[in-house]
Write a protein that binds this ligand. Structure first.
Ligand SMILES: [Zn+2]
Ligand SMILES: [Zn+2]
Length: 349
């Protein structure tokens, strides 16, 4: 395969994604060239395409949940060879010198992480283009190993939705005996339920849609609470060690903070940029904490892939072709997907 790539790009905030041909860079000594097999569709893709965060540079080729096969490696690549099944998540480079980078928390790089798409390459200044394409070239330091026992078409969401919940579950040492609440059962929420349950935690789903109860239980939750019903919420007051709040719209988090045990932690995952509302009273009267989190570094991403391989955890996906992406965005914006779209790249071009 040459470095000529086929993909889909958006050229403005209000135009659909359309076919786009471009060139990947020549292989650097530490680069891995990957034929993309499957690419997950994340809400961040939709926000970037629509310029919801105000910083998108067009054309943009989204996609940061990438699973593929290595087809070529640079001279100095040590850990990968042609034929390996690999993944690429939200990041493709960082400064590799600052403290967060040394701790493999590259998402917090003090010099600015290079994202998989809509970023400037830190060596040659070219734009990064993501996984909505048939191939990608990435430094081996940001390439992950994918357990081959898993259904590869259902692996991509682990690289973003999976690690974003793995990171706090890992940081707060969730395991057997832990009680975890997942607020909001969507693409990220369903991975939170599966992974927390596989870690041995007792999982409760809180959602405003009663229709989600059966699915919550199928995915591994033992309890379901209607989150907009104060009476039901009372039954889980002072219950959880950890609450993962995955609600993407502005909301009052006080009722969820009140479900935490003494010294419990609520992690904000879904809400970007908008200030949540909350009362300090349940924080003070229970030494509870409200924290934020953002994806995970390369080490955690490899850990969650390995964990999912061992416990046979994958995402619930709906497979589409690249040409179906615009309809998929419309459906995703309405929450009409169980639970993640994945693009089958091999059958798309
Ligand atoms: Zn994502
Ligand atoms: Zn750094």
């Amino acid at each position: 395969m040459s470095n000529k790539a086929k993909g889909y790009a958006a050229h403005s905030a209000d135009s659909p994604l359309v076919p786009f041909e471009f060139e990947r860079r020549d292989l650097r000594a530490d680069d891995v060239q990957i034929e993309i097999l499957y690419s997950g569709v994340c809400h961040s893709d939709l926000h970037t395409v629509h310029n919801d965060w105000g910083a998108t540079q067009y054309p943009v080729v989204p996609g940061h949940e990438i699973v593929g096969r290595v087809i070529a490696v640079g001279d100095k690549v040590k850990n990968f060879k042609a034929g390996d099944v690999v993944g690429v998540g939200c990041m493709v480079d960082s400064c590799r010198e600052c403290e967060p980078c040394h701790e493999h928390e590259e998402q917090f790089c003090e010099n600015g992480v290079t994202m998989t798409y809509d970023s400037d390459d830190r060596h040659d200044g070219t734009r990064t283009y993501g996984g909505y394409s048939n191939q990608i070239i990435v430094s081996e330091a940001f390439v992950l190993r994918v357990p081959e026992n898993l259904d590869l078409s259902a692996v991509p969401p682990i690289l973003c939705a999976g690690v974003i919940v793995w990171s706090p579950l890992n940081l707060y040492k969730v395991g057997k005996g832990s009680k975890v609440a997942v607020v909001g059962l969507g693409g990220v929420g369903h991975m939170a339920v599966k992974i927390a349950a596989a870690l041995g935690a007792e999982v409760t789903v809180l959602d405003i849609a009663a229709s989600k109860e059966a699915d919550a239980k199928r995915l591994g939750a033992t309890h379901f609470v209607l989150s907009n019903d104060p009476e039901q919420l009372k039954t889980v007051a002072n219950t959880f060690d950890l609450v993962l709040d995955i609600v993407p719209v502005k909301h009052d988090i006080t009722p969820f903070v009140e479900t935490l045990k003494l010294k419990g932690t609520l992690v904000i995952i879904g809400l970007i940029g908008l200030a949540p509302e909350f009362s300090t009273v349940p924080l003070m009267f229970g030494r509870r904490a409200v924290v934020g989190t953002m994806i995970g570094g390369t080490k955690e991403t490899q850990e969650v892939l390995d964990f999912c391989g061992k416990h046979n955890v994958v995402s619930d996906v709906e497979i589409i072709k690249m040409s179906e992406i615009n309809e998929a965005y419309v459906r995703m914006a309405k929450g009409d997907v169980k639970y993640r779209f994945v693009i089958d790249m091999q059958n798309s071009f």
